[in-house]
Ligand binder design. Structure first.
Ligand SMILES: Nc1nc2c(ncn2[C@@H]2O[C@H](COP(=O)(O)OP(=O)(O)OP(=O)(O)O)[C@@H](O)[C@H]2O)c(=O)[nH]1
Ligand SMILES: [Mg+2]
Length: 368
């Protein structure tokens, strides 16, 4: 299962209580106050890690508490400091307070840490309260409470590559061919209802993630079909992979399909059209495909066009290598993307208050 949004609860440890105690020892009459301080509570820290692929682990463990500080003791013994709790999240995790649009932090570098809940302070023991007027104070402080928060975490990027195409173009078949993912494929539209993310391994043992997204049809930008669910997910992929049915099954024309895919995506968000893209010419085993490919090459002289047959797994390696190379050459992160995602998220959240709004389903991921 691939999870791109999750709610978690973090609780830092409370500070340990200070101790009120007096020195009691043979031959030492009236030993003074000797209560030690409580230890500070542990904090909760978020850490970005490249070994995490999704927020799925947090879906199953939503409560994260750090240790409380130890209490002080007699003989001026201080309590132990509570141990911090580190929560590991994937790169590109956005952290928000619950039900809010105010970004707390974007954890995007490997190893980056953020202290999200501060541990409580340990209380002072009574030995600290000695003064000239009070030589035997009986007061000791309690520790203060650790911070507690409810957070919404959301992934900025769900996959390196998103497969974009009309229903039945063969997106799920392609993902099956190149990864261990086994999304359902069938000769009818809208077989795929929620995105599947597959992990693809290149020949030199490197990885990239590919998302198979529900089919897009004309009107998607007005939420026809699975419109908005689709568009929300493609904006979180680094490369778009337009998948076309070159066989023209059901009398479709791949060139017209490409045009309307771009129209819909452009209507939703202009900037998505400038995102790095390749065109996958699928179903090259079918009769009219060769002619259609020639037409496509003539009309799109500057595009990267990769003819494949997903069903038989032919030329899919070329596609994987091309994608890997493009990813290697890409700058790591574009700050504009973050601003856009935040703006979209805001508008989506305000829309969501309508009762009939569509709830995004979770995404599934398969590992090799
Ligand atoms: N001849 C041929 N058929 C293919 C090829 N790739 C996929 N198909 C067939 O096309 C049909 C649709 O494939 P899917 O992979 O389910 O298509 P999809 O794009 O995921 O469709 P949605 O999930 O509905 O958006 C299936 O019957 C596949 O067997 C191919 O390379 N050649
Ligand atoms: Mg599908």
């Amino acid at each position: 299962m691939f999870v791109d949004r999750v709610k978690i609860f973090v609780a830092a440890g409370d500070g340990g209580n200070g101790c009120a105690s007096f020195r009691r020892e043979k031959f030492v009459p009236m030993g003074g106050p000797d209560g030690g301080d409580g230890g500070d509570g542990g904090s909760v820290i978020l850490r970005a890690s490249s070994s995490e692929q999704s927020l799925v682990d947090l879906k199953f463990q939503q409560h994260w508490a750090a240790e409380r500080g130890g209490g002080g003791a007699g003989q001026r013994l201080h309590g132990a400091r509570g141990i911090d709790r580190v929560v590991s999240v994937p790169l590109g995790t956005l952290v928000f307070p619950e039900n809010s649009d105010e970004l707390i932090v974007d954890l995007c570098e490997d190893g980056q840490e953020f202290l999200i809940a501060q541990g409580g302070k340990g209380g002072k023991g009574n030995s600290r309260f000695v003064s000239s007027v009070n030589r035997a104070p009986r007061t000791a402080e309690p520790g203060t409470e650790g911070e507690k928060k409810t957070l919404d975490l959301e992934l900025k990027i769900i996959a390196d590559v998103g497969l974009v195409g009309y229903p039945n173009a063969g997106k799920s078949t392609l993902l099956r061919a190149i990864s261990a993912a086994k999304p359902k494929t069938a000769p009818y539209p809208f077989t795929t209802l929620r995105p599947n993310v597959g992990v693809v391994e290149t020949d030199d043992y490197r990885r990239l993630t590919v998302a198979d997204i529900p089919g897009l049809i004309a009107g998607a930008s007005e939420n026809v079909g699975l419109g908005h669910a689709f568009l929300r997910h493609i904006e979180r992929c680094r490369i778009l992979c337009y998948t076309l049915d070159m066989g023209g099954v059901d009398g479709r024309d791949p060139l017209a399909d490409l045009q309307s895919l771009r129209d819909e995506i452009g209507k939703y968000e202009d900037a998505l059209l400038k995102r790095p893209a390749v065109i996958v010419a699928n179903k090259m085993d079918l009769e009219p495909a060769a002619d259609n490919l020639q037409r496509l090459r003539d009309t799109e002289p500057n595009a990267i066009i990769l003819p494949i047959c997903a069903e038989l797994g032919e030329h899919t390696q070329d596609l994987i290598l091309t994608l890997r190379k493009m990813l290697d050459e890409m700058p790591p992160d574009n700050p504009d993307d973050l601003l856009r995602i935040l703006a979209k998220r805001r508008s989506y959240r305000s829309r969501k208050k309508q009762p009939d709004d569509f709830e995004w389903p979770d995404i599934e991921v398969f590992y090799q």
